[in-house]
Design a protein around this ligand. Structure first.
Ligand SMILES: Nc1nc2c([nH]c(=O)n2[C@@H]2O[C@H](COP(=O)(O)OP(=O)(O)OP(=O)(O)O)[C@@H](O)[C@H]2O)c(=O)[nH]1
Ligand SMILES: [Mg+2]
Length: 313
């Protein structure tokens, strides 16, 4: 029996307060020379990913890492190696990055890169960097259409850019009509609207993607086009989201919630234990959460929180 040798790699996403992050070009003489990557390199024997990250950023950039949070973990098979990449968000460092290996540097904005090509394993990482800290789910069922659309317009003015239209009580015709109205508002602000289930409506409505409920995630054999995330409750569902190459997962319930009363509750500790297994997409907490929970969410390894009621108040 042959076992695949996996090369473990730590890579750092240096993030400025304005959100821009650093890419470096790979030096001549290495595989994929000239391609863009996050600075980093292979773990040495006995090193943890964080130790390797600190050493590599010292060697390649001459900086000392002051604050780094583990973020996404991605496995990828190249012709020359199968790599397991541990990506960290590096939010504080000492010193100015200098190209110690003859690299070029470029500070970049998520979704609007000015350099290419980027290493192919990094595609999900670049998608993940575009996602927000709070993801809103609609609440027409409780608020009524007129009040919700009015609140949507207000939230869009105040910076909301991502939302999932989840209205299971509507039949397909009413759902499509509501989606049309919401999309008109979202488009005018440059935002993204994801349908909840109903991937068959994606083309017709020209929505930005689909959020799959867990039962549809488990049935899916391929991801729909556009953005795609899913609701998950356990490791098996997270693994299915990884197999499909989804852009994010929503994991819960973190706290008891009014919308799913009596369901299983993970708490932040249970949430953290699942997220720490390492996934190639960001994971949001859901279930009785508001923006007041964002600090706890980040400490537990979350991208942020999903808000239902709280998003529209
Ligand atoms: N540093 C880095 N490596 C990446 C990224 N994405 C990605 O697929 N890789 C892969 O991870 C592997 C390790 O990268 P590396 O060449 O930087 O390793 P290193 O700094 O230890 O260099 P060395 O080989 O000279 O010792 C390569 O196969 C590279 O293609 C990324 O964003 N940053
Ligand atoms: Mg390197």
């Amino acid at each position: 029996m042959s076992t695949i040798k996996i090369t473990h790699v730590a890579a750092g996403i240096l993030i400025q307060p304005d959100g821009r992050f650093l890419l470096g070009s790979r030096p001549a003489g290495k595989p994929y020379a000239g391609w863009w990557e996050f600075p980093g390199g292979k773990l040495e024997a006995g090193e943890t990913p964080l130790q390797a990250l600190c050493r590599e950023l010292q060697e390649e950039l001459g900086i000392e890492v002051r604050a780094a949070q583990p973020w996404l973990v991605q496995e990828f098979t190249y012709p020359h190696a199968t790599v397991r990449l541990y990506f960290f968000k590096v939010t504080d460092w000492q010193g100015e990055p200098h190209p110690h290996e003859g690299q070029q540097f470029a500070w970049q904005t998520a979704g609007a890169l000015s350099v290419e090509p980027v290493l192919p394993a990094n595609t999900p990482i670049l998608r993940g960097l575009q996602l927000p800290a709070t993801l809103a789910f609609s609440n027409v069922a409780e608020m009524g259409e007129a009040a919700w659309l009015e609140s949507l317009a207000t939230q869009l003015r105040e910076g909301m850019r991502w939302l999932v239209l989840r209205e299971p009580q509507l039949d397909e015709r009413d759902y499509a009509a509501l989606a049309g109205k919401a999309l008109a508002l979202v488009r005018a602000s440059g935002g993204n609207l994801l349908l909840h289930g109903r991937p068959e409506l994606l083309r017709e409505l020209e929505a930005d993607g689909v959020h799959l409920p867990a039962r549809e995630l488990l049935k899916a054999e391929a991801r729909p086009e556009g953005w795609c995330g899913a609701s998950v409750h356990n490791a098996a569902e997270l693994a299915q989201a990884a197999r499909l190459g989804l852009d994010y997962a929503v994991l819960g319930s973190v706290k008891p919630s009014l919308s799913h009363p009596g369901g299983p509750v993970l708490g932040w500790a249970g949430f953290q234990a699942l997220v720490e297994q390492g996934w190639p997409f960001p994971v949001y907490g859901v279930g009785g959460l508001t923006s007041a929970d964002l600090d706890d969410a980040r400490l537990a390894g979350a991208q942020g929180v999903v808000m239902l009621r709280a998003a529209w108040q």
